[in-house]
Ligand binder design. Sequence first.
Ligand code: G4P
Length: 526
Amino acid sequence: MDLAKEIKRRRTFAIIAHPDGGKTTLTEKLLLFGGAIHVAGAVKSNKIKKAATSDFMEIERQRGISVATSVMGFEYNSLKINILDTPGHEDFAEDTYRTLSAVDSAIVVIDAAKGVEAQTRKLMNVCRMRSTPVMAFVNKMDREAKDPFDLIDELEKELNIKTLPLSWPIGMGASFKGVYNLYGKQLNLFSGSAKQHIDEDVVNISDIASPELEKYVDSYAAKLRDDVALLQGVYSSFDVDAYLRGELAPVFFGSALNNFGVQELLDCFCQIAPHPRQATTEERIIDPFEEKMTGFIFKIHANMDPNHRDRLAFLKICSGAFERNKAYLHVRQGKQLKFSSPNAFMADKKSIVDEAFPGDIVGLHDTGNFKIGDTLTEGEKLHFTGIPSFSPEMFRYVENADPMKSKQLAKGVDQLMDEGVAQLFTSSFNGRKIIGTVGALQFEVIEYRLEHEYGAKSRWEPISLYKACWIESDNKAQLADFMQRKHTNMAKDKYGRDVFLAESSYALQMAQEKFPDIKFYFKSEL
Ligand code: G4P
């Protein structure tokens, strides 16, 4: 086994999109190129559809699907590509954010008619925070779309990143002719009937001044020439280092559904996307090429069968080679663990794997040892950073609805929080337990799971809060004054840290103005 070679051929990334942007469709097309699946429709959407939210068996079924699609690996042009799923829709949860801590790059999919939408913006903020390299795919060009120049402007402004179009659309909607590959100087003609195939109609046109262009795109030729001239005046050549620093996003146009423009995206991705990068721990920087294995848990998925309480913990390998049946140090617990059946994920299947490398995700069967953020090493005591909790946006009090089952409730809440399903706060004012989530469906999932997996009945009461912020200050007097004045809004998180529960954005703003020495954080490191 050549560790360096294995690392260099790995590309681990996430596709970011607002629900319905085309993430599932694009994922499927990428798997089709990789030969990992053979027909479109093979990857089940992991979306928990709104209509199904009252049907809890449906939620369970969907959870099963989302395990299968959590990580999809495939081989393409001697690369091992791992796509990490970022669930969207109503099941949008902290998991979605946290998955971005395990990727080395991202592809953001934008609906050409809708432009940049809320969820994309939120997820991109996480990418920006981590300087994750990003490419953009403007999807659904086969429909009426916004003007491409406006879209590029919107991307730059809304996502706060410089862009560089590498392909350019010719027409849109019913008159969508195709895209011009600005760097390959090729014309890709759209036929609209390639859904199940992976070939496109490509014509090499090195000089778009050539009258040959009219032959293919008739009256759109002049517009394309004007657009390209304008682009050449505005954009300089592609600076790959700026992309790798997370400052510049190359942009492609196409239609995932029609499998159009996907090949260019994938080929460019393979050329420029980074192999696993360095990771940061509190103690030191970890280089992926180090011989000793290190990794962290970024996601935990409970078994769907309540009779088998085991869970699947997702380990992102950061350095060295992971081996089956080898003992690793679980740093937080200070004990050695061996894994006899670690899972690897290929396409939508999982299988037992003997070894895995940086960039890979391994599924470890767990009976309650792991929490999000836990580290495995070959003995060194390391703590990975950059796996934060994010400020929840929805809050409810949780109460025990069955006095005989208070232990079960406490245990259930504790374990679900370890899984990172939601966050628990305890009011410093009245001791009541508050659960915060980033997606509304999580409350229903928690209530259902508490009852079915832990035998605990819970009662929920909404609280109108804007955000939970972790607070900190070197000015101890000011901090104490703040906590006293705001004592009805103070709480402790699961780790005993002080959290301010702001009732409105106005209340938060006032607090920030009146107490300038206090830092308000919207995410916490675990
Ligand atoms: P998501 O995972 O980001 O939520 O999006 P998904 O791929 O499920 O796509 C959302 C909808 O947009 C789907 O239609 C899909 O077929 C459609 N779509 C994706 N890419 C394109 C494209 O390039 N052009 C056009 N015209 N449509 C596209 P749906 O009706 O919601 O679902 P389905 O019944 O087709 O599966």
